[in-house]
Design a protein around this ligand. Structure first.
Ligand SMILES: Nc1ncnc2c1ncn2[C@@H]1O[C@H](COP(=O)(O)OP(=O)(O)OP(=O)(O)O)[C@@H](O)[C@H]1O
Length: 231
């Protein structure tokens, strides 16, 4: 059986970034992630993992170098084009989930389709997705603010997956879960990524979770911190 050729999902070229009030510049090495690859990214606190995810989803733009996603020059797109690209092709699940508490679960998920410029999800699609994440369909009518942390995580995943993004960025999602819930969450996440051949960048301090992913990458092998603009 021959493997089909893998196209790059993510290409970093000569990227560096410095926060306005920081004396430290973060310099990322050239890096390529193939479509469908699932990467476990780890490293000490403050090493630059969240900054990298923010560069990958366009919340931050590099001072130097480029971020290409799906062979498009993502980091140099105009803001509106970048926002559109993000909404259509990238799913994010960050530590705070960013659900809108007074909206229902269904409305929270539908917001992602609205931003992507697609039609709202029909109820069969919503039910299928929510059941795949092992939530009861009736939860679609509950306000996001009434959910447990574990339920909020699954809804955040549902919202991130509703547009079937090619790239999923996940930042430390399991810190509030006990061991059983964490394993169940990881299995669900990976099964969803396998189903859609989603490229996954998964950031966590919990090295035991790396067994769920294809490849482990230490941030120290990917980035240097410099005290001046020297890289
Ligand atoms: N808004 C900001 N302004 C100034 N400096 C920042 C800002 N955000 C992060 N930094 C600095 O940038 C560096 C990288 O931070 P980042 O949050 O990317 O690290 P991290 O590896 O994700 O850390 P953690 O594991 O604690 O989440 C750190 O030195 C941090 O202090």
């Amino acid at each position: 059986m021959s493997d089909s050729p893998k196209h790059p999902a993510i290409t970093l070229k000569n990227v560096s970034f410095q926060y306005a009030e920081s004396a430290t510049e973060l310099c990322y090495h050239d890096w390529q992630v193939s479509q469908g690859e699932r990467i476990f990214l780890h490293g000490p606190s403050g090493s630059g993992k969240t900054t990298l995810l923010n560069l990958l989803c366009g919340i931050l733009t590099p001072d130097k170098g480029t971020v290409e996603l799906l062979s498009k020059p993502f980091s140099t797109l105009r803001n509106t084009q970048r926002d559109k690209f993000r909404a259509r092709h990238i799913g994010v699940v960050f530590q705070q989930f960013n659900l809108i508490s007074h909206l229902s679960v269904a409305q929270n998920i539908a917001l992602a389709t609205h931003f992507a410029g697609s039609s709202p999800p029909d109820s069969a699609t919503l039910v299928q997705l929510i059941e795949a994440l092992q939530l009861p369909p009736k939860i679609l009518h509950n306000k996001a603010g009434q959910l447990s942390v574990g339920q909020q995580q699954r809804v955040a995943i549902a919202r991130a997956l509703i547009n079937r993004p090619e790239i999923l960025l996940v930042d430390e999602p399991t810190s509030a879960l006990d061991a059983d819930a964490r394993d169940a969450f990881m299995k669900l996440l990976i099964s969803q990524c396998e189903r859609y051949q989603t490229t996954l960048i998964f950031v966590s301090h919990d090295i035991s979770l790396s067994d769920y992913l294809d490849k482990r990458v230490a941030l120290k092998d990917l980035a240097d911190k410099k005290e001046s603009r020297s890289c």
